[in-house]
Design a protein around this ligand. Structure first.
Ligand SMILES: [Zn+2]
Length: 314
């Protein structure tokens, strides 16, 4: 397990990685703890990269924005991708491998209008250079940072596909989409003017799957984020819990796979007491503050007013 804290940079008081100062070593970033030694050299911070490496990633074309370090978050994705490749090639025989990239979300919160305008031109397919030349060059530069990032993640997906055995499944999910959202009420707690509420997460995300256990050409099925865990369990040949909010998306499973692995259910996975302990960290408060600022949880001192953005959003 490599947590979000494999990224070495210090975080600001709202829990965002910022600047170039590295955290003093802490022990609980990975499990087992020794894994951190193996992963840390793969961290690609601005300070650790050469000018040429940094330029080839295009990430430094983004302006720095106080309080929301998108460059760092994109570099964290670059690092996480390197770590994922390293772990997959290290001979550990995992039956499930999951990796999360959060750069898209961070980028969109700050730079969505740049990418939207660029993507709208590109969408037609026939746009020549003169169409892009109408965009503000600075905006175009910002838009192309995300394209470069998408190309990197796309190459990683190609790498994963090349490694797949016939019995493997590759599942790609987003926890939400992103787009214009003119009706959304401003969240005043969210970073002043930094995060614009006129564009925000949308309910439509993506679910793509490929591999031996997946039905070819399946599309148009309904699915929600809460269905991801039961679906992944089904792909592992494990039962779903009746107390789970979601259901396996059986429509994506091939006939052959379903015959071999009929869907099974258990009451719950939560009955076994866990041996783990919570290690209090310096960023616990910062993370709570950040989640409150984004409107995911209510601030305890403000009460839970009925019109507030309270509650858990996902
Ligand atoms: Zn977001």
């Amino acid at each position: 397990m490599a947590t979000d804290y494999v990224w070495p940079l210090k975080k600001d008081e709202q829990g965002f990685a910022t600047g170039s100062e590295e955290n003093p070593a802490r022990e609980d970033r990975t499990w087992p703890r020794e894994l951190m030694k193996e992963l840390d050299p793969l961290n690609a911070t601005e300070a650790r990269l050469s000018k040429e490496e940094l330029a080839s990633l295009r990430i430094s074309d983004l302006p720095t924005v106080q309080g929301y370090a998108v460059r760092d978050i994109l570099l964290k994705d670059v690092s996480v991708e390197r770590m994922a490749r390293h772990l997959l090639e290290s001979g550990r025989e995992e039956s499930l491998f999951a990796v999360y990239f959060d750069g898209f979300d961070a980028y969109c919160h700050l730079f969505w209008p740049n990418y939207r305008d660029y993507a709208a031109i590109r969408k037609g397919g026939s746009a020549g250079p003169e169409a892009f030349a109408r965009l503000d060059p600075e905006k175009l530069k910002i838009a192309r940072v995300l394209d470069a990032h998408l190309a990197r993640i796309d190459a990683f997906l190609g790498y994963l596909r090349d490694r797949m055995r016939p019995e493997d499944a590759l599942v790609i999910v987003s926890d939400h989409g992103y787009g214009d959202n003119p009706e959304r009420k401003p969240i005043e707690r969210a970073y002043g003017q930094t995060i614009r509420p006129e564009h925000w997460h949308t309910l439509s995300g993506i679910l793509l799957a490929t591999g031996g256990p997946i039905r070819k050409g399946a599309s148009g099925f309904e699915a929600s984020v809460v269905d991801v865990t039961p679906t992944v369990l089904a792909l592992l040949g494990l039962p779903a819990g009746r107390d789970m909010d979601g259901r396996p998306v059986e429509g994506i499973l091939s006939e052959g796979f379903r015959e071999k692995h009929p869907q099974e259910w258990i009451e719950t996975y939560d009955a076994t007491p866990r041996a783990g302990t919570i290690t209090p960290g310096a960023y616990d408060e910062a993370m709570k503050k950040r989640l409150r600022a984004l409107g995911y949880v209510d601030a305890p001192d403000e009460g839970s007013s009925s019109e507030g953005p309270g509650g858990v959003r996902h």
